[in-house]
Design a protein around this ligand. Structure first.
Ligand code: PEP
Ligand code: MG
Length: 584
């Protein structure tokens, strides 16, 4: 592979921001091995002993760093790797084979450890398949040390992670290290890994196709998460250009911070409530400092992603209570575990179409023990009266009623146990499946509030996988069917006098905000980092204007027409700052 200079790759801007750092190829540095016969067996065995002890030393260093940066739980991954190096049976097997087969230790190590990996890769559990990557890491580490190559620590420098794909757990793991950006070959805008990157404020470009094959570790990379561009080994001119953009952005950010105490109100006085989505516990401070009015969506399945199993009632109760206290008197909307889809199921099943499978409320109603544990924890934490509970992936009234029956059962249990809870805790649902949208009125009559989940609503309405970059151009927020469905949901919810909000990523798209406000939404929930910008936009628009704008959009029949109309409105009314600061 020849080294390429100052060329650009195009992908999807998944998390805004611009960053410049060296590339780190995640899981890609595979060491080659040869199967030639060796003459000095003793030397080979000594070399193996040296490589194992060196690998152990490296891993111990990584482990202590990891404990600092990731905490005990996540650091355990490295501890487990150290244990493999202590596995006497494995070491004896390798030594015996070196003697018998007269092959290099690199070759035997590769062969033996690959056997473990094959077993793991054949597993039905995604968890096991993902763990096979850890084994790959160990294998490469030993082989690298056998070849006496230098170790480049993966978590001590500022790097941009380049990878074929990345899981939400990877994103989290790297966030505690010095990761300044992400570039992946696969993935879409609303994949959960992209959402986590946005939450963490780390610029990301996904769906770049050939990023991991054309970028080398150590290349200087510019990630432009606004425009979905990646510049490799930039020229001096390009560097200056982006450095000046970064400094403009940080000034703009400082200006936005001043809006923290100001209300989100349009020029003509319509007040909008801006809440934040919470994906990881680290975000709590950010949500407070960015001036959000409470939390509109707690992705509980994401919060507990780092646990080996879902936490028990006490652990959940402690966490939900902490949220309730931190944000009191503002509301915290806790969503029931939305397990499934691209979020790993805690059980060993392999589904052909996970997004159409055992997900959200479907999984919870089939796993009532898990569901009831969460309901009890939420109810107990609701004592301060500022917790709402929300159910994901609802497609039928039966699911709402069954959930309510379980909530009542839990209330009765708590009552019998003499434990306090809010007897009027609001219960809401997400509208994120077309059947729920069609039945908004009927569903709304059953609950206290609804929240529109556009990430899923768009994928199910348009039959476009939200995480698949091949069809990402078809994933259209401004498809006329999406706009009209939003209008339908908002109107029907209002006619039932039920609060309606939106917590999908569309609400954080500056181009979409005038449309959403114009369609009648008075409450939105976005990632914490987007709160100040969205507030500034709302403060620059007139409700009367955007109402008209929405009416006009509802008449249009193509995505392009709607997009151009919104762009035109943006140019004419909201461009007090450069458009690129706003655009995704
Ligand atoms: C949505 O679908 O819009 C949503 C907010 O839920 P999630 O992204 O967690 O599926
Ligand atoms: Mg959803």
């Amino acid at each position: 592979m020849t080294k390429k200079n100052n060329f650009k790759l195009k992908g999807i801007g998944a998390a805004p921001g611009i960053t410049i750092a060296r590339a780190y190829l995640f899981n890609k540095e595979v060491e080659s091995v040869s199967d030639l016969e060796i003459d000095n067996i003793e030397e080979a065995k000594e070399n193996l002993e040296f490589a194992i002890s060196k690998s152990k030393k490296e891993l111990k260093k990584v482990f202590s760093l990891a404990v600092d940066k990731l905490g005990e739980k996540r650091a355990a991954i490295f501890e487990a790797q150290i244990m493999i190096l202590d596995d006497q049976i494995l070491l004896d097997t390798i030594n015996n084979r070196i003697e018998k087969e007269r092959k290099s230790p690199e070759y035997i190590v590769n062969d033996e450890i690959s056997k473990y990996q094959d077993l793991m890769n054949a597993s039905h559990t995604q968890y096991m398949r993902e763990r096979s990557q850890d084994i790959e890491d160990i294998k490469n580490r030993i082989i690298r040390n056998l070849k006496k190559k230098k170790w480049q620590s993966r978590i001590t420098e500022d790097v941009i992670v380049i990878s074929q794909s990345i899981t939400p757990a990877d994103t989290l793991l790297f966030s505690r290290a010095n990761v300044k950006g992400y570039v992946t070959d696969f993935g879409g805008l609303t994949s959960h890994a992209a959402i986590v990157a946005r939450s963490l404020n780390v610029p990301a470009v996904v769906g770049v196709h050939d990023a991991s094959s054309s970028i080398h570790s150590g290349d200087i990379i510019i990630v432009d998460g606004f425009h979905g561009e990646v510049v490799i080994n930039p020229s001096e001119e390009q560097l200056q250009h982006y450095e000046s953009k970064i400094s403009k952005l940080s000034k703009f950010d400082a200006e936005l911070t001043k809006l923290k105490e100001e209300p989100a109100v349009t020029i003509d006085g319509r007040e909008i409530k801006i809440m934040a989505n919470l994906d990881i516990s680290d975000e709590i401070d950010q949500i407070i400092s960015r001036g959000a009015e409470g939390i509109g969506l707690v992705r509980t399945e994401q919060l507990f992603d780092e646990y080996d199993q879902y936490p028990d009632e006490e652990e959940q109760f402690a966490f939900y209570s902490q949220l309730s206290e931190n944000f009191y008197p503002e509301t915290v909307v806790i969503r029931a575990f939305d397990i499934g889809g691209d979020k790993v199921l805690p059980v060993d099943v392999k589904e052909p179409n996970p997004f159409l499978g055992w997900r959200g409320i479907r999984f919870l109603l089939d796993n009532q023990k898990l569901f009831k544990t969460q309901i009890r924890a939420v109810l107990r934490a609701s004592e301060h009266m500022n917790i709402d509970f929300m159910i994901p992936m609802v497609t039928s009234i039966a699911e709402i009623r069954k959930s309510k029956t379980l909530i009542t059962e839990c209330e009765n249990e708590l009552l019998a146990e003499g434990i306090k809870y809010n007897k009027n805790m609001s219960i809401g649902i997400m509208i994120e499946v077309p059947s729920a949208a069609v039945l908004t009125k009927e569903f709304a009559a059953e609950v206290d509030f609804i929240s529109i989940g556009t990430n899923d609503l768009i994928q199910y309405l348009l039959a476009v996988d939200r995480g698949n970059e091949i069809v990402s151009a078809l994933y259209q927020e401004f498809h006329p069917a999406v706009v009209r469905t939003l209008r339908f949901i908002i109107n029907d919810a209002k006619s039932e006098k039920v609060g309606v909000s939106i917590c999908g990523e569309m609400a954080a798209d500056p181009l979409a905000v005038p449309l959403l406000i114009g369609l009648g939404l008075k409450s939105i929930s976005v990632s914490a980092s987007a709160v100040p910008l969205i507030k500034r936009l709302i403060r620059s628009m007139k409700y009367e204007d955007v109402k008209l704008l929405a009416e006009e959009c509802l008449q249009l029949v193509t995505e392009n027409e709607i997009k151009s109309k919104l762009n035109k409105y943006f140019e004419e009314n909201l461009k007090q700052d450069s458009k690129e600061t706003y655009s995704r």
